[in-house]
Design a protein around this ligand. Structure first.
Ligand SMILES: [Cu+2]
Length: 119
């Protein structure tokens, strides 16, 4: 094998790793809410993965900073919650989960997602 062939193989290998890292390497930010948690709504939800305790009342404070109308509504179907999020206004959503599991939440059009994990 000539040096340039080795170089091309290495380059291809590097490309694959970079692509993999780009799509799968982004770690999901998991945050445990202790009574309440602030969720910033800007190009998605931050943090998006929220851990809460079963039978404990938790306040999710949604603050929308993104003028994109896509994010103007938040849905938590398992809790029967559908709320309008005015821009730059804190919207508290109070939940007291009665069962454990993972419950998704999303924008009104199902384009941005987050998850509530009840432990
Ligand atoms: Cu949307």
């Amino acid at each position: 094998m000539t040096l340039d062939k080795i170089f091309v193989i290495l380059l291809g290998f590097f490309g694959v790793i970079t692509t993999y890292w780009f799509f799968f390497g982004k770690k999901e930010e998991k945050v445990e809410a202790k009574g309440s948690i602030d969720i910033k709504v800007e190009g998605g939800y931050s943090p998006s993965y929220i851990i809460i305790k079963k039978d404990a009342t938790t306040t999710l404070n949604f603050l929308r900073k993104d003028p994109n109308p896509c994010l103007e509504e938040v849905n938590i179907p398992d809790f029967g919650i559908k709320k309008f999020l005015p821009l730059n206004e804190n919207v508290p959503i109070v939940i007291t989960p009665k069962k454990k599991g993972e419950f998704p939440y999303s924008c009104g059009m199902n384009m941005y997602f987050g998850k509530i994990s009840v432990i």
